[in-house]
Design a protein around this ligand. Structure first.
Ligand code: PMP
Length: 300
């Protein structure tokens, strides 16, 4: 998604103008990927802008910071208020919020000794991520083993693995990649979780190499409330190739239908019925049209 500029970026407690939001070239995170981040979606609703599952994202932000032993100088409440204010100041309705914490200036060695953690909050305007159903391939790059990173943390440096998979897919003419874990079970996309529909049931990998995303969790709960059977289990490449329906899920991508994997057509090659049902409900939920889920919305 291209960057749609807004007026202000929040950096370490101050609102700075977009063009002044700069860092030094010796910023540790620039060299070693020692940053952690979140991706949060805000939506236009009948009651103004609402941020979807803000507290869950903030909790994961602190979990990620903890994974890299970062000391965040702000409380959860302070960051929540700063995000709400930033959304207001930038007049964001449908938007994407990117909280970022990074080891800054102070030491060039790998170990971030005596380096303080900087925090930034960015908002951009956001539309639909993918307008067309996706054609994907199984990547040759494996997702990080939970033995080589920390489960559930969004660590900047880990995403070079996703970049490799995306380049591989795009160079071969596919839209996206699907990655396996070290045991050859299906894990996730470069920045999305995956769901399969088989015989009317919803299935998603339980791989510990995948981030168990907030959208994934929302979809599981929404589907159960729609009386759709949901199973978290080991998923093989064969299961994916033979699925009736497939879709990616994520804060940015929302629910993105997949119509082929390795050029093998999924179902009848069109967006599946259950995918449509879940997607429509998801849109209602995020836009505040279903009161049952209003606890997931933070109005600004
Ligand atoms: N997996 C990875 C690797 C991701 O980066 C994301 C995006 N945060 C997801 C899955 C989906 O997570 P969520 O639904 O919380 O955005």
């Amino acid at each position: 998604m291209a960057i749609n500029k807004t007026k202000f970026i929040w950096m370490d407690g101050k609102f700075v103008k977009w063009q002044n939001a700069k860092v030094h070239i010796l910023t540790h995170a620039l060299h070693y990927g020692s940053a952690i981040f979140e991706g949060i979606h805000s939506y236009k609703t009948d009651k103004g802008t609402a941020i979807f599952r803000l507290e869950d994202h903030i909790n994961r932000f602190f979990h990620s910071a903890n994974a890299l032993s970062m000391q965040i100088k702000f409380t959860k409440k302070e960051l929540k208020n700063a995000m709400i204010n930033l959304v207001k100041k930038n007049n964001i309705e449908d938007g994407y919020i990117r909280p970022l914490a990074y080891y800054g200036y102070g030491n060039i060695g790998v170990f971030p000794r005596d380096i303080s953690t900087n925090v930034a909050l960015i908002t951009i305007l956001w539309g639909s991520y993918y307008s067309k159903p996706l054609r994907i391939m199984i990547s040759r790059f494996r997702r990080h083993s939970p033995k080589s990173t920390i489960f559930g943390a969004k660590i900047g440096g880990n995403y070079t693995n996703s970049i490799l998979a995306m380049y591989e897919a795009r160079k071969k003419g596919y839209d996206e990649a699907l990655m396996l874990d070290e045991d050859s079970f299906v894990s996730e996309g470069p920045a999305e979780n995956i769901f399969l529909v088989k015989n009317g049931k919803l299935i998603t990998p339980n791989s510990k190499s995948a981030l168990h995303g907030i959208t994934r969790n929302s979809i599981i709960l929404i589907s159960q409330n729609l009386n759709i059977d949901v199973k978290e289990t080991n998923v093989t490449v064969n299961d994916v190739h033979n699925a009736d329906e497939l879709f990616f899920s994520g804060t940015a991508t929302e629910i993105a239908p997949i119509i082929s994997v390795d050029n093998k057509v999924i179902g009848n090659g069109r967006i599946g019925k259950i995918t449509i049902t879940i997607r429509n409900k998801y849109y209602d939920v995020v836009r505040g049209k279903d009161g049952k889920y209003k606890k997931w919305l933070t109005h600004t």
